[in-house]
Design a binder for this molecule. Sequence first.
Ligand SMILES: Nc1ncnc2c1ncn2[C@@H]1O[C@H](COP(=O)(O)OP(=O)(O)O)[C@@H](O)[C@H]1O
Ligand code: SF4
Ligand SMILES: [Mg+2]
Length: 333
Amino acid sequence: MVTETYKARTVEQANVGGHVLEVKNLCVHYHTPRGPVQAVNGVSFFLRSGERLGLVGESGSGKSTTALSLMRLLQAPAVIEGGEVWLDGKELLGLSEEEMRRTRFADIALIPQGAMNSLNPMMKVGEQLRDTMRAHRATDTRATIDTRIHTVLASVDLAADVMEAYPHELSGGMKQRVCIAMGILLSPKVIIADEPTSALDVVVQRQVMETLGRVQKELGAAVILVGHDMGLMAQFVDRIGVMYGGKLVELSPVRDIFKDPLHPYTQLLIGSLPTLNSREIFKGIPGLTPSLLAPPPGCMFHPRCPKVMEHCAVEIPPLQEIKPDRWVACHLY
Ligand SMILES: Nc1ncnc2c1ncn2[C@@H]1O[C@H](COP(=O)(O)OP(=O)(O)O)[C@@H](O)[C@H]1O
Ligand code: SF4
Ligand SMILES: [Mg+2]
């Protein structure tokens, strides 16, 4: 009997078009007085259109830095040191500031971490939504703009009268809905939501996620959901990407990652969850997270890995597809 072996691919080989978003070898450093903090260290992945991808990882693993890089919203001392971000055939890192400004919200939108606290406290909600619209649709009349805003508010279950409210007059859940409304105002192809529900209580969390899921389907947009609530991830996303020390160490369909995690780090994480459907918070595993000022050589996880081998401390394992749609960066495979 002939058994076929699966030919492993790298993400670069898989990133050959047909995806709404392709990130290639993204590297971001924060230039601090103590040296460069290598917050994102060669991250590559792709997003299929309409797909929901979850990005999980311990605090400090580079999730928000990745999200902000895709939008080119990083601030000093952060520098994008290298890589490519292809959005529907357009490379974002090479665009001029003006082209990028036009791309934000219209093609790719971010609901940033702590978004609801980033609303301007001095400005009515309606004015903030109008500003976002006007920045892209300078020739639209006020009536056209308001009609669109009313439609979007209705789709996130907010009444039109929130337009007259100041942010402090709204509950946390309502403010988060305003931020989702802002994100979808211009019907982007990709929505990135960075921990959109972390400040909300459990009941409101679920409602906000339902809303996000529904508007995403209506738009046919793809979503990157950054978070650390594994229960929420299990229910919401199609695939999960696991970040460790600024690298993506595994990328797999959500079912597979719970049933058969490949990377030793993912295995420890999944093993530490008491039940898959409990609302477990992603706390990470015992031991120190790697210093991003002086990352360990070879595999970032080797100082903590129960399956460490000699060459793990020397050779960096590339992220490879070892079975269809199962990507892992580990020398065991
Ligand atoms: N302004 C900054 N200056 C220096 N280091 C930073 C700054 N912002 C983030 N970092 C570092 O970059 C790494 C990644 O941070 P972040 O992307 O916020 O992670 P996550 O969202 O996964 O918690 C962390 O080690 C963090 O300490
Ligand atoms: S490459 Fe080696 S150290 Fe890294 S996760 Fe795999 S077995 Fe562990
Ligand atoms: Mg973060």
